[in-house]
Design a protein around this ligand. Structure first.
Ligand code: SAH
Length: 270
């Protein structure tokens, strides 16, 4: 059988040969780039959407790095089996703990610093903006992507994997969830968004959903941009946006609204 390379690294792959050691030490990106390691049965699906646009440019610039660990390469026997039928019976297949453990050992061997180990799982705590901020402040993350019916529970216990869910729905595998998690995290890093300001005002950062946005043309299909936004009156624009953000949050997300009004100590500025 063809030998599958167990890992693939993306991001800053090589050190410029011309750079003197002193310059490399001074190169903050090399020393501190946020490092994502992803254990997956589908390494070919990476970097996927993360290779595009802002996250892709940041990856190419070495602001973060990505390494996939191919579960299949750690599989059992000639056929590199990774799964088996559930103990106790039932539908589908379960990823083996021993196979998953070899892939995790590979990831842990390369991890440096404060790197949480997460399992993408519909049973997990829902991922949110606060968690994205938390992860962006760490040295990286190890993400284990499940497939089929999920993973052997002993793998979760042995490595203390923290289960994280993208929401109350079931995907066929963890890869899309992991890419969404990385996207939300990477865009919070300095220099990834062109305009850092936009991450501060948008949905969830303020505890509110974002106000409506408009751009040219001034009138489209008989619909005009609200006058206040074209008035040039900054205080009124700010007040209008705050009122709209509050209205939308009350209407659509009473849970967020309640959480917000019960924290009177919080800065309510937009
Ligand atoms: N039998 C499981 C679902 C398995 S879905 C159950 O009922 O809970 C297969 C894999 O997809 C999971 O192991 C997980 O890694 C991933 N996955 C599915 N839904 C997800 C979600 N909402 N969030 C994060 N990962 C998810």
């Amino acid at each position: 059988m063809s030998a599958t390379p167990p890992t693939r690294a993306l991001g800053r792959k090589s050190i410029r040969a011309s750079a003197a050691p002193r310059d490399l030490m001074a190169d903050e990106d090399l020393a501190t780039a946020w490092a994502a390691q992803v254990v997956t049965l589908l390494p070919q699906a990476w970097p996927g959407i993360l290779g595009e646009s802002l996250t892709g440019r940041a990856l190419a610039e070495g602001l973060w790095t990505l390494r996939t660990i191919d579960l299949r390469a750690h599989g059992e026997g000639r056929h590199r089996n990774v799964d088996d039928t559930p103990a106790g019976g039932g539908a589908g297949m379960v990823l083996r703990a021993d196979v998953g453990a070899r892939a995790m050992a590979d990831a842990l061997g390369r991890a440096r610093g404060d790197v949480p180990r997460l399992l993408m799982s519909p049973r997990g705590r829902p991922f949110d903006q606060a968690r994205a901020r938390d992860l962006a402040g760490r040295d990286g993350v190890i993400l284990f992507c499940g497939r089929f019916e999920g993973v052997d529970e002993r793998l979760v216990d042995h490595f203390g994997l923290e289960e994280v869910s993208l929401g109350d729905f079931v995907l066929t595998g963890g890869d899309i969830a992991a890419q969404a998690l990385i996207d939300a995290t990477v865009r919070l890093m300095p220099r990834v968004l062109g305009n850092q300001h936009s991450a501060e005002e948008e949905s969830f950062s303020t505890g509110l959903l974002e106000y409506p946005q408009y751009t040219k043309p001034a009138v489209w299909e008989g619909r005009a941009i609200p006058d206040v936004l074209l008035s040039g009156h900054h205080a009124q624009i700010t007040a209008w946006r705050q009122a709209e953000a509050e209205r939308l949050t009350k209407e659509r997300r009473p849970d967020l609204w309640r959480a917000r009004v019960t924290r009177p100590d919080e800065d309510r500025e937009l």
